[in-house]
Design a protein around this ligand. Structure first.
Ligand SMILES: [Fe+2]
Length: 298
């Protein structure tokens, strides 16, 4: 089982006074630290919208907060994974340039250290950052789509994990063999198949938008139909967290860490993911009281 901290929609710059923004992040990060003491996490994922306007300054502040979080949790930076959001183009008025985002990645991980697409972590998690935000503007705020070539590559990399001795489990043994043999009864070949199944990575997709918002669902259908992916994390919705099935994918659609309106609740999530088991998730809700409230996302 792996435990994943999920934060989305940081929106640095939404609080105009940077001193107040710092105070907000002090409180938020302490709550994350407290939650992760109860439920220690192997890794952190951030599903885009680091910024309000995509400026270099906003990205620098996001980088500082996340570096601090990495130290607070004792989770190395190479176990933090990101995808970009519709607020992360260099300016939301400018179209498709994401140079500030690319620089943020280089600064956060270090030169030449940005994790490759489909990298498998030391804990056996294969992570894919999907790029649904390509051209954003205020006028076309929800423009989002996935290119088939990108999904070809994702599927290829997910399948290729098998080349490292990792097999894909088509059906659980109980479904296939009602009278399952005990481990002493199994042949060496069967035992070796079992051990390969155990090492199959947990596969996680990061996608900024809630998947149902895309006009063209063809790539979501391909991802879901492959049966390769254990969880998709997404954001963009802001005001509440939910867990649901979408075209065969289990989706955690998380709250914003900093939503677009003052009065909206805010928060973060922790998910437990295990191969061939339902994903469990908890939300941590800032409803303006002393402490964030923990609840199970059902
Ligand atoms: Fe967004």
């Amino acid at each position: 089982m792996v435990r994943v901290l999920h934060i989305s929609d940081l929106h640095m710059g939404w609080i105009p006074d940077t001193r107040q923004e710092d105070e907000y992040w002090d409180r938020f990060l302490k709550e994350v630290e407290t939650a992760c003491r109860e439920r220690p996490v192997n890794m952190a994922v951030l599903t885009g919208d680091f910024c309000k306007n995509g400026s270099a300054d906003e990205f620098a502040r996001a980088g500082q907060a996340l570096t601090r979080l990495s130290h607070m949790l004792g989770v190395r930076k190479n176990h933090f994974f990101f995808c970009r959001g519709n607020h992360d183009s260099d300016t939301i008025y400018a179209g498709s340039s994401f140079d500030h985002y690319r620089r943020f990645l280089e600064d956060f991980y270090g030169p030449e250290q940005i994790p490759d697409q489909g990298v498998v972590t030391a804990d056996g998690v294969q992570v894919f950052s999907l790029n649904c935000c390509k051209k954003t503007s205020l006028a076309r705020f929800d423009d989002a789509w996935l290119d088939s070539e990108e999904i070809d590559r994702v599927l290829e990399l997910a399948e290729a994990a098998g080349d490292d001795g990792v097999s894909r489990k088509e059906e659980s043994p109980k479904e296939k063999f009602p009278e399952e043999k005990s481990s002493e009864e199994k042949s060496p070949a069967e035992k070796s198949l079992d051990s390969r199944e155990e090492t199959e990575p947990v596969r996680v997709l990061l996608h900024h938008h809630q998947p149902e918002i895309l006009d063209d669902q063809s790539q979501m259908i391909r991802l879901g139909a492959s049966g390769l992916f254990d969880c998709m994390f997404s954001g963009h919705l802001h005001c509440y967290a939910r867990k649901y099935q979408w075209h065969g994918l289990t989706v955690i659609n998380g709250m914003a860490a900093m939503p677009h309106l003052d009065f909206l609740p805010r928060g973060f999530q922790i998910a437990e993911i295990e191969k061939n088991c339902p994903v469990k998730a908890w939300g941590y809700l800032d409803a303006g009281q002393d402490r964030f409230r923990e609840y199970e996302i059902t």
